[in-house]
Design a protein around this ligand. Structure first.
Ligand code: CU
Length: 270
């Protein structure tokens, strides 16, 4: 792998929820005993984020709009750019709370919204949860579906941009465009191996298709359908994709900077 100084990455002075910095808009006003439905979308072009709400659990039932086989309550939600999470939260801990980023820098830059129980006043409280793990596999089944006959291997690498440059990104040693590497036969199913040989977590997205996560870092899983998956640094994720949407299909890292500097490919149908 090429070595050298990292190039520029995008960073932000302010971060918002529904166009408002935390405290800049109306709080979410709730009553004890209520159940709230949340639709979360990470609309940032470049940053993975984690959010939490002290004393409350997110009861996750759908990812990227697809019901999960094993709904679970978790303390923290992690989302790469473009990912969506649907969940319930039971309001059973009166107070004034910040629903916001677990990273202090992001929360202090505005990434949060105040949740205020009836008859409660004061500054919003935020305590970082002890368990901040996020694992797609807890929402799936512990077995992978049978392997399809066809496989596609994708190796992702970084070409460091140097002190005043931009990092570049390659798929199977090449930046975009890839002319004929990725050809799908209509009606065939493919197991795609995403091999991340970089020190970033990449949110990978395939247009117009769903895929099933079937392996993460060597552990089998099944049943979680998505269109975007964050592949951890120096990790491996396998997904099964049914080629049933003929037409040119863009595959890319959902980090805009990575996509603009090589990290994308067109899948074609034969
Ligand atoms: Cu990326």
């Amino acid at each position: 792998m090429p070595r050298g100084a990292n190039g520029y990455e995008a960073v932000y002075r302010v971060v918002s929820i529904n166009d408002k910095l935390m405290g800049g808009g109306a709080p979410i006003q709730v009553k004890q005993g209520q159940r709230l439905l949340f639709h979360f979308l990470n609309a940032c072009a470049t940053s993975n984020r984690k959010i939490a709400m002290t004393g409350h659990k997110f009861q996750i039932f759908a990812l990227d709009g697809n019901p999960v086989p094993n709904p679970q309550a978790v303390d923290v939600i992690a989302m790469g750019p473009g990912e969506r999470v649907d969940c319930f939260v039971d309001m059973n801990r009166p107070g004034v709370w910040a629903l916001g980023a677990t990273a202090d820098a992001d929360r202090n830059a505005g990434l949060g919204i105040i949740v205020e129980y009836e008859n409660q006043k004061g500054q919003p409280q935020f305590l970082r949860p002890a368990n901040r793990t996020w694992d797609y596999m807890v929402f799936g089944r512990p077995v992978a579906p049978p392997a399809p006959a066809e496989t596609i291997d994708m190796i992702f690498e970084k070409v460091p941009g140097g002190v005043h440059g931009f990092n570049h990104w390659t798929i199977n040693s090449k930046e975009f465009p890839h002319e004929d590497e990725f050809v799908l036969r209509p009606g065939s199913k493919y197991r795609i191996f995403f091999r991340n040989r970089t020190d970033d977590d990449h949110p990978l997205h395939i247009h117009r298709h769903l895929f099933e996560i079937v392996e993460i870092n060597g552990k089998p899983t099944g049943g979680v359908m998505k269109d975007t998956v964050v592949v951890p640094q120096f990790g491996r994720v396998a997904v099964d994709l049914m080629a049933d949407q003929p037409g040119l299909t863009l595959f890319h890292c959902h980090n805009q900077m990575h996509m603009d500097f090589g990290f994308k490919a067109l899948f074609r149908y034969s």
